[in-house]
Write a protein that binds this ligand. Structure first.
Ligand code: NAP
Length: 474
């Protein structure tokens, strides 16, 4: 069924149910090596993945890698301008989870960006970028270890839909005419505003469906994190753009309250409710106290520190938020986009998952990556309901290609995300441990070496860095 690729003989397919992967012990995982430095980083990364899986599961689990093609390598195999062959699209769809190195953005041939095309074709609506500090990594910040956030960026609409018309074009002129003469005058809140006639026009659609599926995934992810990281912050500029950015916030809160509030019914809550039925004369709060010893342990001093307004609010949400279990629930809040940029610098430890529209998330994920040591170490994933692609976030860095010197950290950490998404946490943890120890013992590639204080004189090659990571599994 494929034109020029052959799946491995062993292994089986990953499938998806309700947006989550079902992973066999020997899954087939397609990979795109990538252009430029892809020739260096992919072999190094694959070695690390295989070693971690072998160490973690002793042969009980393994990945059968399936080589597929995109970018320059695809053109060599499939012909001119065949940057994204049908074989590749079909294999990703069929096998569910894929991983890729960087791809050159083609010049000519009518393709805007292969990465954007892959996301749109497979409806990979959530771009996920974790930004966490590995001790020893050079950083421009004094306390980079305080930042540990995951950016969930909407991937299919907002500016990524790419609908715009240039200044002076016939369609731009038509649109401006329609807006100035009919649509703006028909909207009283716009008053006498008019669009300058020499404008280019871009469209920024934000849909309820697109916003809610993104926020849903962000909340589901937060629920899997340790208690103190169970927070989702909706990032928006709703004070200026009410019906796009502001609506994203409102739809985010809507899904948090309609889909997730009831999911907090636990054994403890059921017990409290059934006890209340048996003892209708005692308050719900009294019931909760009976099974929550820590509740009474609050000192008078601490209780006094809760101001009256807060206490009143807590009382009013006592029942709807799980009879006091709001303390254990995912906290959903929101921040204006410019404010979150400041706060990531000044109070980074107050944030965990940031759910954003496309453009805000573009800026925010790069800014957060810079705090923890730059793009060379930043992993990424694009996730949809039926497949997911994990990818290095940097480009092809052509001047370093084939020299075995570039940092493979980004694609290796993308593999860590992939293993976590597959539920293979033990293998993922081994790799994180290996990377952490390699960096803290200053066994790093040139990019990190030159920024360390004092600079590391003899940096490792790309392949040597992979070997160091494997060495530090134990
Ligand atoms: P780039 O390839 O990311 O490289 C810019 C610089 O970033 C490199 O010269 C290098 O800096 C540093 N760098 C990149 N990867 C690194 C790594 N693994 N380890 C350490 N340092 C690394 O950006 P570009 O030169 O603007 O783009 C080149 C091509 O890649 C373009 O065709 C672009 O469209 C494409 N691109 C693809 C993706 C993707 O596939 N996801 C993303 C971005 C760009 P020093 O030389 O100073 O060490």
């Amino acid at each position: 069924m494929y034109e020029k690729i052959v799946p491995p003989d062993t292994g089986s397919k990953i499938t998806f149910k309700d947006g989550e992967p079902i992973v066999p012990d020997n899954p087939i995982v397609p990979f795109i090596r990538g252009d430029g430095t892809g020739v260096d980083i992919w072999p190094a990364a694959q070695k690390v993945f295989d070693a971690a899986i072998q160490t973690a599961y002793g042969g009980k689990r393994q990945i059968s890698w399936f080589k597929i093609y995109a970018g320059d390598e695809a053109c060599d195999r499939y012909g001119t301008y065949q940057y994204l062959p049908e074989d590749t699209l079909q294999a990703i769809k069929e096998y569910g989870i894929a991983i890729k190195g960087p791809l050159t953005t083609p010049v000519g041939g009518g393709i805007r960006s292969l990465n954007v095309a892959l996301r749109q074709i497979h409806d990979l609506y959530a771009c996920v970028r974790p930004c966490k500090y590995y001790p020893g990594t050079p950083s421009p910040h004094k306390n980079p270890e305080k930042l540990d956030v995951i950016v969930y960026r909407e991937n299919t609409e907002d500016i990524y839909l790419g609908i715009e018309w240039p200044q002076g074009s016939e369609i731009a002129a038509k649109l401006i005419d329609l807006l100035n003469k009919e649509l703006i005058p028909a909207t009283p809140e716009h008053g006498k505003k008019q669009i300058p006639l020499d404008s280019g026009i871009g469209i920024k659609p934000i849909s309820k469906t697109g916003s809610q599926r993104l926020v849903r995934r962000a909340i589901q992810h937060a629920m899997r994190l340790p208690q103190h990281k169970q927070m989702v912050t909706l990032v928006h500029k709703g004070n200026i753009m009410k019906y796009t950015e502001g609506a994203f916030r409102d739809w985010g809160y809507e899904i948090a309250t309609t889909e997730f509030r009831t999911s907090c019914v636990t054994e403890r809550e059921s017990w409290i409710l059934s006890n209340k039925e048996k003892n209708p004369d005692i308050t719900l709060e009294e019931n909760a106290r009976q099974i929550e010893p820590g509740y009474d342990a609050l000192t008078a001093e601490k209780q006094a520190a809760i101001c009256r307004e807060v206490e009143n609010v807590l009382q009013t949400i006592w029942e709807t938020h799980g009879l006091g279990q709001w303390k254990e629930m995912v906290m959903v809040n929101d921040r204006i986009a410019d404010s979150i940029f400041q706060q990531l610098q000044t109070r980074p430890d107050e944030y965990s998952i940031l759910a954003t529209m496309n453009l805000n998330g573009d800026y925010l994920s790069d800014a957060a990556a810079a705090i923890v040591g730059g793009l060379g170490m930043g992993p990424g994933a694009n996730i949809g309901d039926t497949c997911a692609i994990f990818e290095a976030t940097h480009g092809t860095a052509p001047k370093h290609a084939g020299l075995d010197r570039i940092n493979p950290g980004s694609v290796i950490l993308s593999g860590v995300m992939m293993l976590e998404f597959m539920g293979w946490q033990e293998a993922a943890d081994l790799i994180k441990k290996g990377i952490g120890k390699a960096i803290s013992s200053q066994q790093v590639t040139y990019d990190l070496a030159r920024m360390m204080t004092p600079p590391v004189e003899t940096p490792l090659k790309c392949s040597e860095f992979a070997e160091a990571i494997i060495k530090y599994f134990n």
